[in-house]
Design a binder for this molecule. Structure first.
Ligand code: PMP
Ligand code: GLN
Length: 393
């Protein structure tokens, strides 16, 4: 159109398609389907969150400092310091980011050199490989295996086999999207041992830390874990405000400094009034027992969706954490998960995500009989979706 013969995008992004969340939310809208695809709550956040938001309109509306608004970095340091049993310095050990998404991108930019390898557990949250590739790194995949008991196991020997002196990082996610796996102490210890032996670092994405139905163990709380780990969290899931995009990383000073070196050129600083509100709600949430309320809310929603699915052709694998459930869809006889998820919004007026989007190209076969439903939705929507899926019997 403008006469240029150059392709618009760089080689680096040439392999990227559209994120599945955009694709399947659009499909849900087209068919008026209940959206159990993209993971965002369809209900309002608690009133103390909205009150904190209103209060922040009267405070500063100008740039925050690069590490984050002091009120928020201090609160993050205090709240995570309590759960780690360690004194955290609000500036040396905390970096506020534009959601967990920016933390992940900035960490890769900050720590990965071209040709470095980053081990990714699959299925993975969909931005991980793109973050590694945009930094010039090479993603190396290790699959989780579903077990008879409905749990997912990580083959630690398989992880060991891909470790080498080229390994720069291991990207972990606990509680895990999309399987709901909550990593146990032994698994975390074994991964920390590998990080020590091969001298790499761990990035532990813990955005679902408060949506855990088994005990969530922060990776950095394990012996040897703190010095090796950048831990990531964000407000979106815990406070039902995915649109805010306020997140943070915590870790030892040299790793936070490296991350900050990249972050300052990516976003420089994060929305000041939202950080002010975040500080208030995080402190209040930690003091008032809100975190266990969130867990109980999602425990009840998990029971609800599992009940709905159990009377349908889908066989759910009960998740130990997160607000997602993976189900086996073999009984419906679709050729693969994409074919199912493209048809479901029209056929049953329910949208879901094909988990093959969370696998590397060579491993997509592992997901062909699976489907992911999000249950961060009103009870009524979960019940109606259950009925619609039961009509496929
Ligand atoms: N990591 C995981 C595992 C997620 O599920 C999400 C959800 N969007 C993110 C990171 C991104 O979080 P945020 O919205 O805070 O950027
Ligand atoms: N984390 C959410 C999910 O897995 C959605 C994230 C997004 O829309 N980018 O569904």
């Amino acid at each position: 159109m403008n006469g240029s013969r150059r392709r618009p995008g760089s080689r680096r992004i040439a392999s990227f398609g559209e994120t599945v969340f955009a694709t399947y939310t659009r499909l849900a809208q087209e068919h008026g389907a209940i959206n159990l695809g993209q993971g965002f709550p369809d209900f309002d956040p608690p009133s103390f969150v909205l009150n904190a938001y209103r209060e922040a309109t009267t405070g500063s509306q100008q740039y925050a400092p690069v590490p984050g608004l002091p009120a928020l970095t201090e609160t993050v340091a205090a709240v995570h310091g309590e759960s780690l049993g360690r004194q955290l310095d609000p500036v040396a050990n905390v970096q506020v980011t534009v959601g967990a998404t920016e933390a992940l991108f900035a960490i890769m930019q900050a720590m990965v050199d071209p040709g470095d390898e980053v081990i990714i557990v699959e299925p993975f949250y969909d931005s991980y490989p793109a973050d590694v590739v945009m930094a010039g790194g090479i993603p190396i995949y290790v699959p989780l295996e579903p077990t008879e008991s409905g749990d997912w196991s990580l083959d630690l020997d398989a992880v060991r086999q891909v470790c080498s002196d080229r390994t720069r990082l291991l990207l972990l996610n606990t509680p895990h999207n999309p399987t709901g796996k909550v990593f146990g102490a032994e698994e975390l210890d074994a991964l920390i041992d590998l990080a020590e032996s091969f001298d790499f670092h761990i990035v532990s994405d813990e955005v679902y830390e408060h949506i855990a139905f088994e005990t969530h163990i922060p990776t950095a709380s394990r012996p040897g874990g703190w010095n090796r780990t950048l831990s990531i969290s964000s407000l979106g899931k815990t406070f039902s405000i995915t649109g805010w995009k306020i997140g943070w990383a915590i870790g030892p000073e040299p790793l936070i400094q490296a991350l900050r070196g990249a972050h300052q050129w990516i976003s420089f600083a994060v929305a000041t009034p939202l950080q002010a509100a975040a500080a208030t709600m995080l402190r209040q949430g930690a003091d008032d027992g809100y975190f266990s309320e969130v867990r109980d809310l999602y425990l009840a929603k998990r029971e609800r969706i599992v009940r709905g699915l159990s009377n349908s052709p889908f066989r759910p694998l009960v998740p130990a954490g997160s607000y997602f459930v993976i189900a086996d869809s073999s009984a419906l006889g679709y050729p693969d998960d994409v074919a199912l998820c493209l048809d479901l919004p029209k056929r049953a007026r329910v949208a879901a995500i094909p988990p093959s989007a969370f696998y590397s190209e060579g491993h997509r076969e592992l997901a062909r009989h699976l489907v992911r439903f999000a249950f961060c939705k009103e009870d009524e929507a979960l019940d109606r979706a259950g009925q619609r899926l039961q009509s496929l019997n």
